[in-house]
Design a protein around this ligand. Structure first.
Ligand code: GLU
Length: 548
């Protein structure tokens, strides 16, 4: 077989050689140890937590090492493409602080290693395909889908490994005359890799996350170019990550099983493979069992879930780091104030056996992150969230800016700050008692206080209320009222001698708290009244009395 003639026959339109592209896309000039990573999403329009998890690892690896992180859109499958998907990917990731240095951006493509849309790279793939053909490492296969199905069936029945390989690969040794005839007849064909692998042999490779792996060699004549001349994932990955000079490929564990194919292709093409880092799937615990997060069952898999509820990107980032690197939490404890970017991220500390995602834990992390934000930052973020997700609240938030700032300042700046704020929807609900049209009584009055006493407490509270009382005078009045009605002046007195009292001062103030806020627990009540103003506070008490 004259392979050069075959290559010319299949790719007459390709006049470039691999050398041309090697020169066009030179090695990157980067500091020693700099990592080049990429995200290669398909433009399907759905971007999820798993993508963010991987993207965040890519971003950390590149940016901590002075390297480059780029976005390549893997659009070889037209059927799955959704309009505007690239923009969605970019803006979703940007929201969470994951930004690209190169590749597809919202303003077009940036960088000298493009085009960064795979479909625009058709001629590049074909150039390398031509080269492989000329070297006898690729051949056209005219088998129809039915023939391939039949082959698989026969292999299964006879207990053989299914696939197109060895003596089963009918088109592997077609001669040039047959190939020419088939082409002249207009028979469609794919281009296959002529594998030299042996199923009995294995090879070793170090995965950045999983360590040393031992895997069987690939022996399949995998498809490189589909009938329409568009590459398969395998071929595009090898050509692109070589020419774009990627050093680290972070991708989901679903690709682990094709690693032998990729290693064989890198080898056949004479390229050095990148460091592969196969991440694990995100799991959740349900009824005591671990299972994979599912698109259908788990709304929290979608990134939109976090945006629409108004999780602060810093909180999500912080949480992702805790599940990405097992030593992050320890670092955070030792460095409570340092920016998370200072953490030494490493793939070796990533889990290789299923990463547990836990919303409660995210909420806990979020509380810690939000307590470190200034009141202004919380306000600005809430307003931004409202603009995007709750436009009906924008006027309220704008009009009540001063009030909201005072609300956020409550009990958040002392030695033991309250950590009640988690995400915007929850924050708005949490402070909703400040707004009359959203106020509702959520908790019952304490059972230590009889209904008659509730009435007496509230009426006498209104009668003795002076908005200009400072916090201690105000509290002394509540204490005096408690004692007068038979409640202990201090919770401890009551605990020591419960039979002497109806309850204690805490129960009395809870009555007032519930009348004012509708809740048994709230930040400092005196401060709440100062923020509400006398009129609103007194109206609340009156309303509580009238509904008794
Ligand atoms: N396009 C592939 C996907 O959507 C990318 C895999 C990779 O990162 O190599 O899963």
């Amino acid at each position: 077989m004259n392979h050069t003639e075959l290559a010319e026959l299949l790719f007459p339109h390709i006049d470039k050689t691999p050398k041309y592209y090697e020169t066009l896309y030179p090695e990157r000039v980067l500091p020693e140890g700099a990592k080049v990573t990429r995200l290669g999403p398909s433009p399907t329009g759905f971007i999820h937590l798993g993508n963010l998890y991987g993207a965040f690892a890519d971003e950390r690896l590149a940016h901590r090492s002075g390297g480059v992180f780029f976005l390549r859109i893997e659009d070889t499958d037209e059927k799955r493409e959704v309009e505007g998907a690239a923009e969605t990917i970019i803006s979703s990731l940007e929201y969470f602080g994951v930004t690209f240095d190169e590749g597809v951006t919202s303003e077009g493509e940036r960088g000298i290693y493009g085009p960064y849309y795979q479909r625009a790279r058709e001629l590049i793939y074909q150039c390398y395909a031509k080269d492989l053909t000329a070297r006898g490492l690729a051949y056209p296969c005219f088998c129809t889908e039915d023939q391939i199905l039949l082959l698989r069936e026969q292999q299964e029945n006879s207990g053989e490994n299914p696939g197109y390989y060895g003596s089963f690969a009918r088109c592997r040794d077609l001669d040039l005359i047959d190939i020419k005839r088939n082409i002249a007849e207009g028979k469609p064909y794919v281009l296959r890799f002529r594998s030299a692998g042996d199923p009995g042999r294995s090879f070793q490779i170090i995965d950045g996350i999983r360590g040393l792996l031992s895997m069987p060699e690939n022996f399949h004549d995998v498809v490189l170019l589909k009938q329409n001349g568009i590459p398969t994932y395998h071929f595009a990955h090898v050509v692109d990550d070589h020419l774009m000079r990627t050093t680290h490929v972070v991708r989901g564990e679903e690709w682990l099983s094709s690693l032998p194919v990729h290693v064989a292709l890198f080898d056949a093409m004479g390229f050095a493979p990148p460091t592969y880092c196969h991440t694990t799937v995100l799991m959740k615990t349900e009824n005591g069992n671990k299972r994979k997060l599912s698109k259908r069952k788990d709304p929290e898999l979608s990134l939109n879930y976090y945006r629409s509820l108004g999780y602060h990107p810093k909180a999500v980032r912080e949480y992702l780091l805790t599940i990405l690197n097992s030593n992050y939490e320890e670092w955070r404890l030792a460095n409570p104030q340092n920016p998370m970017e200072e953490f030494e991220f490493s793939t070796e500390k990533m889990s290789s056996s299923g990463t547990l995602f836990d919303l409660d834990k995210l909420n806990d992390v979020s509380k810690e992150v939000l307590v470190r934000l200034s009141d202004e930052e919380i306000y600005d973020f809430l307003l931004l969230w409202a603009k995007d997700h709750r436009p009906e609240l924008v006027t309220l938030f704008t009009d009540k800016k001063e009030m909201l700032l005072r609300i956020f300042a409550m009990d958040r700046h002392g030695e033991k700050p309250r950590k009640d704020l988690i995400y915007c929807e929850q924050i708005f609900d949490y402070i909703s008692y400040f707004f009359n049209d959203r106020f509702k009584v959520q908790d019952p009055y304490p059972e230590e206080v009889e209904k008659q006493d509730v009435l007496t407490i509230l009426e006498s509270y209104v009668n003795n209320y002076d908005h200009s009382d400072d916090r201690s005078i105000w509290f002394e009045k509540i204490r005096a009222l408690s004692v007068k009605l038979g409640y202990a002046a201090k919770p401890n007195d009551y605990k020591k001698n419960p039979s002497l009292y109806k309850g204690h001062v805490g129960h009395v103030s809870t009555v007032i708290r519930i009348a004012l806020t509708g809740r048994a627990s709230s930040p400092d009540l005196w401060e709440i009244q100062q923020i509400m103003g006398e009129k609103q506070a007194m109206e609340r008490i009156d309303k509580a009395v009238s509904t008794l």
